[in-house]
Each structure stands twice: as structure tokens, then as C-alpha cells.
Write a protein that binds this ligand. Structure first.
Ligand SMILES: *[C@@H]1O[C@H](CO)[C@@H](O)[C@H](O)[C@H]1NC(C)=O
Ligand SMILES: *[C@@H]1O[C@H](CO)[C@@H](O)[C@H](O)[C@H]1NC(C)=O
Ligand SMILES: *[C@@H]1O[C@H](CO)[C@@H](O)[C@H](O)[C@H]1NC(C)=O
Ligand SMILES: *[C@@H]1O[C@H](CO)[C@@H](O)[C@H](O)[C@H]1NC(C)=O
Ligand SMILES: *[C@@H]1O[C@H](CO)[C@@H](O)[C@H](O)[C@H]1NC(C)=O
Length: 392
């Protein structure tokens, strides 16, 4: 009897959930509608034709000189880069494309997209939703392919995002302007703080959408606002990006994701963690090699409170990573932990592509006496007692 009433309760709880799910159509994680620009316009793909005016690119609104480009297409003797598939879009001076994306109000969304610059000039891309915008600098070449996946994140203030990609540049040469492709979104969640670790998302398992076929990771540009970061819990503090990498294409110390630090001091990630003043803590993390032909030496500078230490990558035997630690005494209720690469590394095969040390599995815990462990046992005891009482 008791059992069946519990079951009824579950059914009653699940039905509204099901209905809720059926009637709210927010965008699924992955490509937005025609996010890869492979859907054919009603009059077919243009042959080097420029589309002007609205609604010529299926599912997108455009304004200004927006051009569908095809892989292999040449311009001024230069072959245009199409990051994925056969087609991509190019934005001329002051041109933009936009799409309304249904989202869940109050949630944080990360937008992943691939972008390439077409000329050597300063090129940038302004990505915005109604409430916020971020300008991505395409000047830095992070690899020899000439394009990169990037991720930016936004807070959903409304039920719909008007996702806008705009070329804010005013180039002398109107044929210059960024190419974009593969636009995807992902609803982010912030993992709970583990009991024995003050670091949120210290294993970097939660982050932006990654394309399975793309072996270049995802660049995370500066995001000074820790509340809406593509890497929940973390802040990218520097003026250069760090790379979010996956175990399908890189050596990752733990789980499926990690961070590769790029550009020396110009690529810093940090987090404010909860601590108790005047108490001793230990910071540990995995320091690794991404197995991406990155030329050694590799080293990170690790910060925890008032302690700073540079740690060189010298793994034992054939492991691709080592465990590093740093002891510190907290000075306040919050302690900043941060990492950057000591060197400015490039790949040994092309000497151009930026790479660096991998950081993963970051933990901070109270290391004074066995107090915490004792407390842990006490908790466990109380929990068991509580469970016994409930069962009785
Ligand atoms: C198109 O862009 C121009 C210049 O940025 C702007 O003045 C105009 O209002 C835009 N049109 C639409 C329909 O958004
Ligand atoms: C980016 O676009 C948004 C919305 O159109 C605008 O408010 C913001 O000023 C732009 N930023 C830059 C740097 O152009
Ligand atoms: C990924 O690669 C596979 C095989 O090469 C291909 O069939 C598939 O269409 C690709 N997917 C995307 C999204 O590019
Ligand atoms: C690493 O070394 C161990 C023995 O020390 C060996 O069994 C293992 O196959 C090695 N792994 C790789 C990937 O070379
Ligand atoms: C930190 O302290 C632990 C013992 O509490 C010790 O084993 C470890 O070597 C220390 N780490 C450093 C870098 O001094």
C-alpha cells in the first residue's frame, strides 16, 4: 500500500515534468538552425554572388554585405577558408547575421563558433545577444589552419536570444572580413562544489559545446565576469585565450576535458575559492602534456593566496601528466587560485601554432591536522544514524 502510494506520487510528479518538457521548446545543445550554413537558399547556392538584403541565408537574418562562401573559392589569389563542410558565411564591413534562438530564461548559454580572418589586417567579430556583447579579436593566429573554434557565454534574460554576429570593422578592402561557420549553443550548468574540494568545476568537465570532428579544442577568450563564463567556476583573466581540450583529440589527465594554457603570462585562468582565514590548505592539480607536439619545456606558474610556485613538467615513465601541489595558508574567506604558462610554447612541427601545459583536476582542501577527516566521519556517523531512524 505504502509502496503504491509512493509510486502514485512519482507519477504525479513526473507527469507535469513531462508536460513541461513537451511544451517548452528551447533549443537543444548543438548546432543552431542552419548553424553550419549548409542549407541551400531557395534559389540555390550563389556562385560567387553577394547576397544583400534580409532572409537570403536560410534561418538567418542578415544586414549588410553577407556572403555565402564555398570551399575552394578564391579571392584575389587566396583560397577562402571554410572551417567545416562546403559552405560558410563571410561578413563584410559592418555586416551582420542574426537568429532568434529559444532559450531557458535565467540559464547561462555558451555559444561555440568557428571563425577565420581573411586578410592580415586587424579583424574582429562582435558576438551579442540582447543584453550583452563580446568582441573577439581574430588577430592572433593560434594555429596554421587559419581558423579556430571560439566560445563565449551569455545569461538568458529572456525566453529568446537574438544571437548576432557582426563585423564591426571598417576595412579599406571590402573583400576583407571574417568568415564564420558551425555555430552551436549549449546550456551550461555549474557543478556543485564537492565536499572535499573548494574548487568548482576543478576537473573542467563542464564547459562549452565541442564539435566531435574538430581536433582544435575550443578557445576561451577573456571573460572577466565569473558569473557567465563558458567554463563554469573559472575566469579567463588575460587578454589572450586559453584552450578547452577533449580526450578524443588530446592527452587529458583525467575525465574527458582539460585546459591547455597558451601564450605564457597572457593566458591566465583563476577562481576564487572559499577558505577559512589562517588555516592551512593544499592546492593539487594535474600538470600534463596535451600530446599535440608541443615543444618542451612546459611549466606552469601556480598561485594560491600568497604562495606562488613555478612547476616544471617532468612526468615519471610514460605518463602524460604528473600531480603537482602547493601548500598555503589562507588569509581571508576567499582565496584566489590561478595558473598561467611560464613559457610561450609552439608546436615543434610548425613552430607557429600556440600550445602549452595542460592543467586538470584542480583541488584545494584544508590540510591542517586530521580535523576535517574526523568531522567527515562524524558526518557519516550522523547520516547512518539518521538513515537507521528513518528506516525504523
Ligand atoms: C542594418 O544596418 C544599418 C547600419 O548598421 C542600420 O542602420 C540598419 O538599421 C540595419 N537594418 C536592420 C533592418 O537592422
Ligand atoms: C557589439 O554589438 C553590440 C550590439 O549590437 C553593441 O552594443 C556593442 O557596442 C558592440 N561592440 C563593439 C565593440 O562594437
Ligand atoms: C564528422 O565526420 C564524419 C566522418 O568523417 C562525417 O560523416 C560527419 O558528417 C562529420 N560531422 C560533422 C558535423 O562535420
Ligand atoms: C607505459 O609503461 C607501462 C610499463 O611501465 C607499459 O605497460 C604501458 O604499456 C606503457 N604505456 C604506453 C602508452 O606506452
Ligand atoms: C605540502 O605539504 C605536504 C604535507 O602536508 C607535503 O607532503 C608536501 O610535500 C608539501 N608540498 C610542498 C610543495 O611543499
Amino acid at each position: 500500500m505504502a509502496q503504491s502510494s509512493t509510486r502514485m506520487k512519482w507519477v504525479f510528479m513526473l507527469v507535469p515534468l513531462f508536460l513541461l518538457h513537451a511544451f517548452t521548446t528551447t533549443a537543444e545543445d548543438g548546432l543552431v538552425s542552419n548553424g553550419d550554413f549548409e542549407s541551400s537558399p531557395s534559389n540555390g547556392f550563389p556562385n560567387e554572388a553577394i547576397i544583400e538584403g534580409p532572409s537570403e541565408v536560410p534561418n538567418w537574418k542578415s544586414n549588410g554585405t553577407v556572403e555565402l562562401v564555398e570551399s575552394g573559392q578564391k579571392q584575389g589569389g587566396m583560397i577562402l577558408i571554410v572551417p567545416q563542410g562546403r559552405h560558410a558565411i563571410r561578413l563584410g564591413n559592418d555586416a551582420e547575421i542574426s537568429q532568434d534562438v529559444p532559450v531557458e530564461k535565467g540559464s547561462i548559454y555558451s555559444v561555440t563558433f568557428c571563425a577565420a580572418r581573411t586578410c592580415a589586417q586587424l579583424e574582429s567579430l562582435n558576438v551579442s545577444v540582447a543584453s550583452a556583447s563580446q568582441t573577439i579579436d581574430l588577430q592572433t593566429l593560434y594555429n596554421v589552419q587559419g581558423w579556430n573554434p571560439y566560445a563565449v557565454s551569455f545569461n538568458a534574460d529572456e525566453d529568446t536570444f537574438r544571437l548576432v554576429f557582426k563585423n564591426p570593422g571598417m576595412e579599406d578592402d571590402p573583400t576583407c572580413g571574417p568568415i564564420i561557420d558551425n555555430i552551436a549553443i549549449k546550456k551550461l550548468f555549474t557543478p556543485d562544489k564537492p565536499k572535499d574540494n573548494a574548487v568548482i568545476n576543478g576537473d573542467f568537465e563542464e564547459g562549452p559545446w565541442m564539435f566531435q570532428n574538430t581536433s582544435m579544442g575550443v578557445l576561451l577568450p577573456t571573460n572577466l565576469d565569473g558569473e557567465t563564463s563558458s567554463l563554469p567556476g573559472w575566469i579567463v583573466e588575460s587578454n589572450r585565450a586559453v584552450r578547452f581540450i577533449d580526450s578524443d583529440h588530446y592527452a587529458v589527465p583525467q575525465g574527458r576535458r582539460a585546459i591547455e594554457l597558451l601564450s605564457g603570462k597572457e593566458g591566465i585562468i583563476s577562481q576564487m575559492v572559499e577558505t577559512k582565514p589562517e588555516k592551512p590548505y593544499t592546492l593539487t592539480f594535474s600538470l600534463g602534456h596535451a600530446n599535440d607536439k608541443c615543444k618542451e619545456p612546459l611549466a606552469v606558474m601556480a598561485f594560491a593566496g600568497d604562495q606562488t610556485q613555478s612547476i616544471h613538467y617532468t612526468p615519471n615513465s610514460n605518463s602524460s601528466f604528473q600531480i603537482a601541489n602547493l601548500n598555503f595558508t589562507a588569509k581571508a574567506d576567499m582565496t584566489r587560485i590561478a595558473f598561467y604558462s611560464v613559457y610561450y610554447n609552439t608546436r615543434s612541427d610548425d613552430m607557429v601554432s600556440l600550445c602549452g601545459p595542460v592543467v586538470d583536476d584542480v583541488r584545494v582542501w584544508f590540510s591542517g591536522s586530521n580535523g576535517l577527516r574526523g568531522l567527515g566521519f562524524l558526518h557519516l556517523g550522523l547520516m547512518i544514524l539518521g538513515l537507521v531512524l528513518v528506516l525504523v
